[in-house]
Design a protein around this ligand. Structure first.
Ligand SMILES: [Zn+2]
Ligand SMILES: [Zn+2]
Length: 660
């Protein structure tokens, strides 16, 4: 606690004061206090210190005079001694938290005599102001809170100073930075505003080259190119687009004494009011200092819940994942760092406003320096995935000499992959197409991917029966207002599944390409339903036949009775089902098991009404698995006795015979 620190060696020597008889009798009379405080100011080492002894009321009532706690307080510091189980421990906490430690009542401590009150009131008078009067323990609490607050402010001031010192490494931005943001980084925010008219050529204005242009055959929100400067633009009808507001993220790299720094800005561009003079506002929100293997993050936000907005340490609030990077100075900044050859400049300038995750990129480059080759080969989509997401790294086979080996494809296929700038998902699609023997040009592949990306399964299912060309030509013939291409393909795929189930010859092109697919699908569907119903019935009949044969055999073996009950073998499966319906249990679902002999179902009947379902018994391997009555009720004791006899007289014998 600095030079004002209370010295334990000296404090320890202050004699402990025992509670007086007056305090004890006060404790015995008063109920309303948890602790009694004896306070006095003492000169220790030329310093006035408020020394307080806290006696617990519980102790005092029992006549124990030793204090539980001694607290030493100055204007800048405090410390306490706690007496616990015969030992003394130093505690740095405030009294409030020390007392909460063995908290048994909400009653506050009180000062035990006028001398103590005077000492506290005088010594801690600074804790009061005109508005708030405090007395006794409240003064002590306030004094400790004030010290704590001072310490926190001191700590914050130190942190702020350290951050400010770091921020001195930040140098001014280049003069062309704002122009670059407008002209390059915000490439997604380029428009031609046109004034709608019936003339062939309408008057327009390009927000990129700032020139008047003539446009024709354009729709509001359509994409196109500026006839003057050639950049990609979106056409906007002047009257329909008054509130265009675009966001962007940009980053600027800068050298520092220990490495380099990345500065992240959030950008917004508003065309509100006058689209010829859009307003761009830029806010710098994050800084990352790269120093060898270390990355230090800072953010512009509220500092430690103090309400103060300033640079703070650590990442908490912002994420800059799709960032346009200022590349002019990148080679110079990264020179002689571990990122010198990371090819970030090439990747970030692949097109205007290209999205980069700078932190992810630099981190991935550390674990996978191969991304340099990916960038240089023009595999931008894969580089983006590798550097923006964590779950793509496994797609690259390490320790290979060349890129086609890293991706596990042939040299020839690699050239095609490169020409298409495929993503990893596209690569999977491409590999599947190769396996199916489908050969496409780069343009065809792009079209294929765009057409089927939403439902790749359907097209690949169809490709098992026909070529892509034939499939598309056939399906295109059925497209109308109700059915688009993918719907038709789905219907066709269903139809083919039905044909397979029905055993039709799909090698026959009349079967595979029915003249009217919609009708053919409907008919095949009906046929499938009929066929399934027929098969279900056939199965039941077969079961019934097999079961009958078995049940006949069982009759001699399992039927048995005494003078009250009987075990009856069912005649057929129908009888078992009826038993289940009458008794409200699920024996009807056992018929397949009965037919194949894994279960034997027997009826227990009362001889007074031998045709009425009573209890149902299941045997497996000649052991009773269950015996249930109405609604699955358990056996009455009479039935239980009977079943026990049946078990020993009949089943046991069958088991013994089988074992022999
Ligand atoms: Zn233009
Ligand atoms: Zn269908």
């Amino acid at each position: 606690m600095g030079k004002n620190s209370l010295k334990k060696v000296l404090l320890r020597k202050i004699p402990v004061q025992l509670a007086t008889e007056a305090t004890i009798s006060q404790a015995r009379r008063h109920e309303k206090a948890s602790y009694y405080i004896k306070a006095a100011v003492r000169m220790i080492n030329h310093k006035r210190i408020l020394v307080m002894q806290l006696y617990s009321r519980k102790d005092l009532i029992l006549g124990i005079k030793e204090p539980r706690i001694r607290t030493f307080l100055t204007k800048t510091d405090y410390i306490s001694q706690c007496y616990e189980e015969g030992t003394v421990k130093w505690r740095a906490g405030r009294l409030d938290s020390l007392l909460a430690y063995d908290y048994y009542s909400k009653e506050e401590p009180v000062l035990c005599d006028t001398a103590s009150e005077r000492a506290v009131n005088t010594y801690l008078s600074y804790t009061e102001n005109e508005r708030i009067k405090r007395s006794g323990y409240a003064k002590i609490r306030e004094a400790q809170n004030m010290i704590l607050e001072q310490r926190l402010q001191k700590k914050h001031a130190m942190i702020e100073k350290r951050i400010d010192r770091k921020m001195q490494e930040v140098k001014p931005l280049p003069k062309d930075f704002d122009d670059w943001i407008d002209a390059v980084a915000m490439a997604h925010s380029r428009y031609i505003y046109y004034r709608y008219s019936r003339k062939k050529y309408m008057d327009g204005y390009c927000t990129h080259c700032h020139q008047e242009v003539k446009v024709h055959k354009v729709r509001h929100r359509a994409k196109g190119h500026c006839p003057k400067c050639g950049v990609k633009v979106i056409f906007l009808a002047e009257g329909k687009a008054k509130h265009i507001f675009d966001h962007g993220q940009v980053a600027y790299f800068q050298k520092t004494p220990k490495g380099f720094l990345v500065r992240y800005f959030s950008v917004s561009k508003s065309y509100y009011g006058d689209y010829r003079n859009p307003k761009i506002s830029t806010k710098e929100l994050m800084r990352e200092f790269y120093e060898d293997s270390l990355v230090l993050g800072y953010e512009y936000r509220q500092f430690k819940q103090t309400g103060k907005i300033r640079w703070c340490q650590d990442w908490m609030k912002y994420s800059f994942l799709d960032v346009a990077v200022y590349t002019k100075n990148l080679h110079a900044v990264l020179k002689n760092t571990r990122y010198q050859y990371c090819a970030l400049k090439e990747f970030a300038s692949r097109w205007d406003g290209a999205a980069v995750n700078p932190y992810g990129y630099l981190k991935r480059y550390q674990s996978m320096p191969e991304i340099e080759y990916f960038v240089k080969a023009g595999l931008y989509a894969m580089t983006y995935e590798l550097t923006s997401y964590s779950n793509y790294a496994y797609r690259v086979q390490r320790n290979k000499k060349s890129l086609h080996e890293m991706l596990g494809v042939s040299k020839q296929n690699f050239r095609f992959i490169q020409a298409c700038d495929m993503s990893f998902y596209q690569l999977d699609i491409y590999n599947k197409l190769c396996k199916q023997g489908v050969n496409l040009s780069a343009g065809e592949f792009k079209r294929f991917y765009d057409t089927y990306r939403k439902n790749m399964d359907v097209i690949f299912a169809l490709l098992q029966y026909t070529s892509l060309h034939k499939a598309e030509r056939y399906c295109n013939g059925f497209i109308d207002r109700q059915y688009d291409l993918l719907t038709i393909m789905g219907i066709w795929k269903d139809y083919i599944c039905f044909c397979r189930e029905l055993g039709y010859d799909l090698k026959n092109s009349f079967v595979l390409f029915p003249k009217d697919l919609i009708v053919a699908h409907k008919l095949a569907y009906q046929d499938v339903l009929n066929r399934r119903e027929q098969e279900r019935r056939k199965k039941i009949q077969q079961e019934e036949r097999r079961a009958k044969r078995l049940l006949k055999k069982y009759r001699n073996l399992y039927a048995w009775k005494d003078n009250r009950f009987a075990v009856v073998v069912p005649k057929d499966l129908l009888e078992i089902k009826e038993e289940g319906h009458t008794l409200h249990h699920c024996v009807a679902t056992y018929t397949s098991r009965v037919a194949d002999g894994t279960s034997i179902i027997l009826f227990v009947r009362d001889l007074q009404s031998p045709d009425k379902p009573f209890y149902t018994m299941e045997l497996q391997k000649n052991e009773i698995i269950q015996c249930r009555g109405y609604s699955n009720h358990v056996m009455t004791s009479e039935v239980q006795e009977f079943v026990k006899r049946y078990e020993s007289r009949v089943l046991k014998k069958i088991r013994e015979k089988n074992a022999a």
